[in-house]
Design a protein around this ligand. Structure first.
Ligand SMILES: Nc1ncnc2c1ncn2[C@@H]1O[C@H](COP(=O)(O)OP(=O)(O)OP(=O)(O)O)[C@@H](O)[C@H]1O
Length: 361
């Protein structure tokens, strides 16, 4: 038994029958009791991975281990997993109580009705749906249906809980509330959970760690803040962060980084942040909008195209070298649309990426 690798995925590959390689050599592990988010854009392979963990899809190659034992040849019903689907998949003709009891009243683990009811009621209490016991799913709100689906997934006391975009059918406000509830609930139950989402904010807010995918390949497997502060590559830097990161095309030559209207000495960068040697050539210099701010003298001069208020902050939008960029300032900064400003970058916070997207600084 190894609690650090309660779930272990080794060199997993999936090629669909039509030849599409949806998962390309993916390896990761999940600690017992952790809530891990599988994050990435539509089509990156999140559901494919979840379905292989659940046993609904066979891997083309590679291995999946639960608690140290390979499960690739174990039938889905024997894998001790609970699965919450995007559309909840509740039985419409059954009451809430019957839905939650259902997994306990069928198959090998079938138990007497009163025992099943007792266990179902315990999980209905945990998920706060006790008072809905006699309702049919059709009469429930999205958030309530979601709780029923979670209670039903938990009654068999699975070792692992898999959730595929469980919040996507809820409105924005309810999403915020239910995501907090889900985190509290899985932590209370102590169940190891893999949670699929395409929403970076959702992943950052609930995940103990996040695994970010693109095109069937892991881009970063890390704690939330590192996606922001230490992105592995250009894809990660652009996928995570709101407002999105600013990108400037630059050329490096003779110790100088030259943009369309600015120049930075390589010596002014923080030496400890280089990932490898900076050779001459074209790069993308990227900076988070809160790290490029109005100043007396700056790296970039720009006319503000638009000012957008987002809660306690404002986004100053400007066009640089034909591309829109942003500076994130507080409410008091007295800059308005049409103003000409100088913007200074924090050089210890910028990133440099090669044309292939590899991070150099
Ligand atoms: N049965 C299939 N046959 C062929 N290709 C498939 C099949 N199922 C999925 N794919 C493809 O595999 C890739 C990964 O799909 P998957 O559903 O895992 O992505 P996802 O990240 O979950 O996306 P979404 O967020 O849109 O659900 C996509 O390009 C998809 O079109």
């Amino acid at each position: 038994m190894n609690d650090d690798k309660f779930v272990e995925v080794k060199n997993l590959k999936k090629v669909y029958d039509n030849g599409h390689e949806a998962i390309k050599d993916v390896s990761f592990s999940v600690k017992k009791g952790d809530l891990v988010c599988l994050l990435g854009p539509s089509g990156c392979g999140k559901t494919t991975i979840l379905n292989m963990l659940a046993g609904l899809l066979n891997p083309t190659s590679g291995d999946i281990l639960f608690d140290g034992k390979s499960v690739v040849n174990v039938a889905p019903k024997d894998r001790q997993i609970g699965y919450v689907f995007q559309n909840y998949a509740l039985y419409p003709h059954m009451t809430v109580l019957q839905n939650v009891m259902f997994p306990l009243t069928v198959g090998k683990q079938k138990m007497p009705k009163d025992k099943a009811k007792e266990i179902a009621e315990k999980y209905m209490e945990t998920t706060q749906i006790t008072e809905l016991a006699d309702q049919k799913p059709g009469n429930l709100s999205g958030g309530q249906q979601q709780r029923v689906a979670i209670a039903r997934a938990l009654v068999q006391q699975p070792k692992i809980l898999l959730m595929d975009e469980p919040l996507s059918n809820l409105d924005a406000r309810l999403r915020l509330k239910i995501r907090e509830e889900i985190r509290n609930l899985v932590k209370k139950v102590g169940i190891t959970t893999l949670f699929v989402t395409h929403d970076q904010e959702e992943a950052l807010s609930i995940g103990d760690k996040i695994i970010l995918f693109n095109n069937g390949v892991i881009q970063q497997d890390d704690m939330g803040q590192n996606f922001y502060l230490e992105p592995n590559n250009y894809f990660v830097a652009n996928f995570v962060g709101n407002p999105v990161i600013d990108n400037f095309k630059v050329n490096v030559k003779d110790g100088k980084i030259t943009g369309s209207d600015f120049e930075i000495n390589v010596d002014d960068l923080d030496k400890s942040r280089f990932k490898r040697d900076l050779t001459d050539g074209e790069y993308t210099l990227a900076v988070r909008p809160e790290n490029i701010l109005p100043a007396e003298t700056g790296h970039v001069s720009a006319k503000i195209d638009d000012v957008e208020l987002i809660g306690r902050e404002r986004i100053l939008k400007f066009t640089h070298d034909g591309v829109q960029a942003r500076s994130l300032v507080d409410l008091e900064t007295p800059i308005k649309r049409g103003d000409n400003v100088n913007l200074k970058m924090r050089l210890d916070r910028v990133f440099l990426f090669t044309k292939e997207g590899e991070r150099v600084y």
